[in-house]
Design a protein around this ligand. Structure first.
Ligand SMILES: [Ca+2]
Ligand SMILES: [Ca+2]
Length: 505
């Protein structure tokens, strides 16, 4: 192995996450030793007025700070958790171990300190998307800092809009203070209202409940239509109903203290789908002609046009820069509809939409017409997208061949591999907050994924992903290996995994 040379220069940074007294980092100086060891000494001063012990994260850039993707994992000394806030700290970066055969004309090093114990490792090409649909404690400084690490955060709009606690307090700013570049998206209902709106203290929830009441949808037998727990389906065929559904969002986006960067519509299908387990009598019949929606082509076309009308109305009101991400199956196969969006969310990927069996194999199959290599390019690009998101909330477990213990088979790892191959994004734990323990940043892709005799391969600036087909379907669709500059940093071949990390103990 050739010893690499890097010219380092100092960079101050960062810290200052929302807390009683934010830590500071100063006087960062990084110098590579000249003894042939390839080691880099990173010297810096830490301070924290209220004396918190800090988590120190170090990352490196070869392009003057445009990206922070240079592999920087082999750190010893004053990096990681439990670092006292003192001057004269030193971490040692084994540059040669992380970057065998590489050299750079110049590297910048950044040091980030957190007094909430939060790791600020870099991820790439895309950071994990965070779906945090559950209620958020906006006074939990650690959770806010954890969420600020993503560049796309999706939270439930009506937990803030109309909330007696949060509507008039700009809580989103608490995250933007930490990460000014983050996009924060409101999860909103596309075709229903919460059936607890009549007892809610949330004004968004109650007003949309009462105002849409004349336009609630009914079945062929006159039952109130519902397509999920605690949902009443509204009848979007009425223009007045669409005006309320869109207008309520526009009203709160404008008048609440909390201004989102866009909405996540849940969800758009070609027709209303009612799960078998819901106690709904009769079939959806929005046009009231007695013909069930699934046998009524005119009704379905009218519904599809109504959904487009809402998207257009939202854009007319809140502008072209207001993101609209679509959940639901319609956009997965309808490129014209998908082109209205800034991104598609694949819920329970790949179990919803892709044909059974061999679902992951279709989703990642070049021959399948609606594979995610193709759909990744369907949405708009003018707001930084496409933001196509792969997520799966399910869980599996296995007995590890390494330690004989039960571990979770973390679907987020499979989502990440699929996303790396397809230029999609991923969430690590479905629509509940989740974040990978093992940070992976391979830098930009060098080209598209290619087929191998038994799987897929893709090269990146600093690494490669290899997928080998297994069953083709969840929960173990494929084995994979992720290499960083030739070194394996993550591998799955159940019951073997590296690293063996209880991601959700
Ligand atoms: Ca502090
Ligand atoms: Ca009908």
């Amino acid at each position: 192995m050739r010893t690499s040379i890097a010219l380092m220069f100092a960079l101050l940074l960062i810290a200052g996450h929302a807390s009683a007294a934010a830590p500071t980092v100063s006087n960062v100086v990084a110098v590579q030793r000249t003894d042939g060891s390839g080691l880099v000494d990173v010297n810096f001063d830490l301070a924290d007025a209220d004396g918190d012990v800090l988590y120190v994260s170090i990352s490196a850039s070869h392009d003057d700070g445009a990206t922070w993707a240079v592999p920087c994992r082999s750190l010893t000394g004053d990096a990681g958790s439990g670092i006292a806030a003192q001057a004269g700290r030193t971490a040692v970066w084994n540059f040669a171990a992380d970057n065998a055969e590489l050299e750079f004309e110049a590297c910048r090093v950044q040091v980030i300190a957190s007094d909430n114990g939060v790791a600020w490792d870099t991820h790439g090409p895309s950071a994990p998307v965070i779906h945090a649909w559950e209620a958020i404690d906006w006074d939990d400084a650690r959770r806010l800092e954890e969420m600020a690490r993503t560049d796309l955060l999706i939270i439930t709009g009506m937990n803030i809009w109309g909330s007696p606690v949060y509507n008039d307090v700009d809580v989103l700013q608490r995250i933007r203070d930490i990460n000014p570049d983050i996009k924060i998206i409101a999860y909103v209902l596309a075709k229903g209202v919460d059936d607890r709106g009549n007892v809610s203290s949330n004004t968004f929830q109650s007003s949309v409940y009462y105002e849409t009441m004349p336009y609630w949808a009914y079945t062929t037998t006159g039952d109130t239509l519902s397509d999920w727990n605690h949902r009443i389906t509204v009848n979007l065929l009425y223009p007045e109903c669409r005006d309320i559904m869109v207008g309520k969002i526009v009203e709160y986006q404008r008048n609440s203290a909390n201004h989102f960067d866009g909405v996540f519509w849940d969800y758009f299908n070609n027709a209303i789908w009612v799960p078998d387990w819901l106690p709904v009598e009769g079939e959806p019949d929005l046009d009231g002609d007695g013909i069930p929606m699934n046998q009524d082509a005119d009704e379905r076309l009218a519904y599809q046009a109504a959904c487009v009308d809402m998207i257009t109305a939202m854009r007319d009101s809140l502008g072209d820069g207001f993101l609209q991400i679509f959940n639901g199956q319609r956009a997965y196969a309808d490129s014209t509809f998908a082109a209205l969006s800034d991104g598609l969310n694949y819920e329970y990927f790949p179990d919803v939409f892709f044909p059974q069996p061999q679902t992951m194999r279709d989703a990642l199959g070049f021959d399948y017409p609606f594979n995610v290599f193709r759909t990744a390019n369907w949405p708009r690009t003018n707001n930084g997208g496409p933001y196509n998101i792969l997520e799966n909330l399910q869980k599996s477990f296995y007995v590890s061949s390494v330690d004989g213990l039960v571990h979770q088979l973390v679907y987020g790892k499979l989502m990440r591999v699929a996303a790396l191959l397809t230029d999609s994004r991923f969430t690590f734990n479905g629509h509940i907050y989740g974040w990978p323990v093992n940070p992976i940043n391979l830098g930009p892709a060098l080209g598209p994924a290619t087929e191998t005799p038994d799987g897929l391969h893709r090269d990146f600036r600093f690494g490669a992903v290899d997928l080998v087909w297994r069953t083709g379907d969840m929960p173990m669709p494929f084995d994979y290996t992720i290499r960083l500059n030739g070194r394996i940093i993550e591998e799955m071949n159940i019951p073997y995994e590296f690293p063996v990390t209880p991601e959700f103990p």
